[in-house]
Write a protein that binds this ligand. Structure first.
Ligand code: 9MR
Length: 591
């Protein structure tokens, strides 16, 4: 797959909001403006104009023009844009283009559930599978998982990364979500994923767009139980995170295990129910503990109207985790390649001050207590602090200060400096709008070194969340337009002309790295479900397939191959970013 495979007129393959901005990118050597024509589904020309040459775009490695066709035309399907002898993929114009994406991007989480059979009536024909990691051969299940034995965390030169720690207990850690295309369950990418699912619901309530997210809105087993389905999905992971706490009487009691995972990677394809590997609880980490504190505090607030007893349990757990993290402020997850990480990702994180900020933020927003506000004001990522909460690369599981700032800015509270916090979000959004103006493919993502990071699509989506928050704060449509421009990039207006979301758009990615959605390797298995976003271009090309693309312009460091895990995996934390943005978009109506 190269940029030559797609039509040279790159558009959002899903479509454009009737009253929203409409921008495309034309790949061409022409140095002068060229004529463009917009045709409707009947072939009639409904608008015309001229392109704007933008020269060479280094991130795409292409010479390009931009076509702004900001015209209001009748809603419909089958629009195409013609320019320079090329015709775009067809697209729609309409008011409700993202309702479907809002639903499907959240239902993807159901398919990641561990410890429960996946029903094809819910996920879709061909998507049923047996429960993974329950006590059925060859799977020893997650019902009584032992701690990683001594020696597994020792490097080749004899350094024990666990510093002598071993637990001599087992925990029942059944449930939760698999993080990605592997069979591991990790607290630190589960945390941000839960936060974004809870957050999209809380935002919808705040902005009066929650009707579409009520009970019965999603295909999950709990529908019809009287609770908004997205909250049921988030609770599935919260309950698992609560099981990951180190029990009383043990070393590091009250901290949270970083992950539960296989000893060795299993090959593709391997269904979760067929996983033969021994599983271990890995050492607790401060980062995981602070993740639990943050999302349990948020969950207590958001779930309180629906289940007061569970909300109380969550708040108790959040407070306890916060205090345990203060007792053990820097217990880090090992980052090197020992047996510790021979069957799972490290999700290592050397800086936990951002996680501390996040947990203090959520505890403050839920309780209003001064002690948490005081901790916020002492954190290096505080407003005006020595470390910036927003980084140009965006936020992710590993850098959560920006997410904490968005929460503090948008969730109602009596924080005296709240208006300054809100202004800081608008400043961050302004910087992104400026970055976006330099990008002929419209994405608000310009890493300082020019290299796209692992999961760049997740980073782009999270930058869109910052812009959307600025839109909520100011009601200035410039920020909405900026979000829509970034969505165009993800859905086809990019160097490869691909939609990075399965089932959305004409040229959609559908071979994301996964051990059970490995349709490319076994036709009896399904591809990833509709609404699954791929991690996206990664300049490091870290896997054997994308390695062939090393040195390519950033946007071309991508291949839709099931083995290309460094550029084309699925994860819960990228899908939560998509779900958050899709919910914002669906809530816009016709823009
Ligand atoms: O998303 C993670 C990314 O930020 C890291 O740079 C990368 C390398 O450590 O790992 C990514 O997470 C992977 C995890 O380690 C294992 N399961 C799949 C995850 C997505 O590729």
């Amino acid at each position: 797959m190269t940029s030559e495979d797609a039509p040279r007129v790159r558009v959002n393959q899903v479509g454009y909001l009737t009253h929203g901005p409409k921008t495309a990118t034309l790949v061409t050597d022409a140095t002068e403006p060229v004529a463009w024509r917009l045709r409707d589904g009947d072939g009639a020309v409904v608008a015309e104009g001229e392109s704007v040459p933008r020269g060479h775009d280094p991130s795409a490695g292409l010479d390009v023009h931009v076509i702004a066709f900001d015209v209001v035309v009748a809603p419909g399907n089958g629009y195409v844009l013609e320019a320079d002898g090329a015709t775009s993929d067809p697209f729609a114009v309409g008011a409700d283009l993202y309702d479907d994406l809002r639903v499907e991007s959240i239902v993807v989480f159901y398919g990641q559930r561990s410890g429960v059979a996946i029903e094809e009536d819910l996920l879709g024909p061909g998507y049923g599978r047996a429960a993974g990691h329950v006590d059925v051969a060859p799977n020893r299940g997650d019902g009584a998982v032992p701690c990683l034995p001594a020696g597994h965390a020792t490097t080749a030169d004899g350094v024990d990364l666990y510093d002598g720690w071993t637990g001599d207990y087992t925990l029942d850690v059944t449930g939760g979500w698999y993080d990605a295309g592997d069979q591991g369950k990790y607290v630190v990418n589960g945390g941000i994923a839960v936060a974004q699912l809870l957050g999209l619901y809380e935002r919808a309530v705040r902005t009066g767009t929650d009707d579409a997210l009520g009970d019965g809105s999603l295909r999950v087993p709990e529908r019809g139980h009287g609770v908004p389905d997205v909250l049921d999905e988030a609770r599935w992971e919260l309950e698992w995170m609560l099981r990951m706490v180190v029990p009383d009487g043990q070393p590091y009691a009250g901290l949270v295990h970083h992950k539960v995972s296989d000893e060795r990677w299993v090959p593709l394809p391997t269904l979760p129910a067929d996983d033969p590997q021994p599983r271990y609880l890995h050492r607790p980490s401060t980062a995981a503990t602070l993740n639990l504190a943050a999302v349990a505090a948020q969950g207590a607030r958001v779930l309180a109207p629906h289940d007061a007893a569970f909300a109380e349990r969550l708040l108790d757990a959040a407070r306890a985790a916060y205090d345990a993290a203060a007792t053990h402020p820097v217990v880090l997850a090992p980052d090197t390649n020992t047996l510790e990480n021979a069957g799972s990702g490290p999700y290592d994180d050397l800086d936990v001050d951002d996680d501390r900020l996040w947990s203090a933020t959520e505890l403050y927003l839920t309780t209003g207590e001064d002690r948490y506000a005081a901790d916020l004001r002492a954190n290096p990522y505080r407003l005006g602090g020595e470390r910036p909460a927003f980084r140009p690369e965006g936020f992710d599981w590993n850098h959560v200060s920006a997410w904490a700032r968005l929460q503090l800015a948008t969730v109602e509270s009596a924080l005296p400096e709240r208006s300054l916090v809100r202004a800081s979000v608008v400043d961050a959004a302004d910087a992104l709008v400026e970055q976006q103006a330099t990008q002929p493919f419209g994405l608000p993502y310009v890493p300082s070194n020019g290299r796209y990071d692992w999961g760049s699509n997740g980073l782009v989506l999270n930058n869109l969340a910052i812009l959307a928050a600025a839109h909520e704060i100011t009601r200035d449509d410039r920020y909405r337009d900026a979000v829509l421009g970034g969505v165009d990039y993800l859905l086809g207006r990019n160097a490869l002309g691909l939609s990075y979301v399965t089932g959305f758009g004409t040229r959609d990615v559908r071979n994301q790295h996964s051990r059970w959605y490995a349709h490319a390797l076994d036709p009896d298995l399904p591809p990833p479900p509709r609404g699954t976003v791929s991690g996206g271009p990664n300049s490091d090309c870290p896997d054997p397939v994308s390695a062939a693309l090393a040195g390519s312009p950033a946007q071309q460091c991508f291949v839709d191959d099931v083995h290309a895990y460094g550029v084309n995996e699925m994860t819960i934390n990228w899908n939560s970013a998509l779900a958050w943005v899709a919910s914002y978009l669906a809530g816009l109506g016709d823009g």
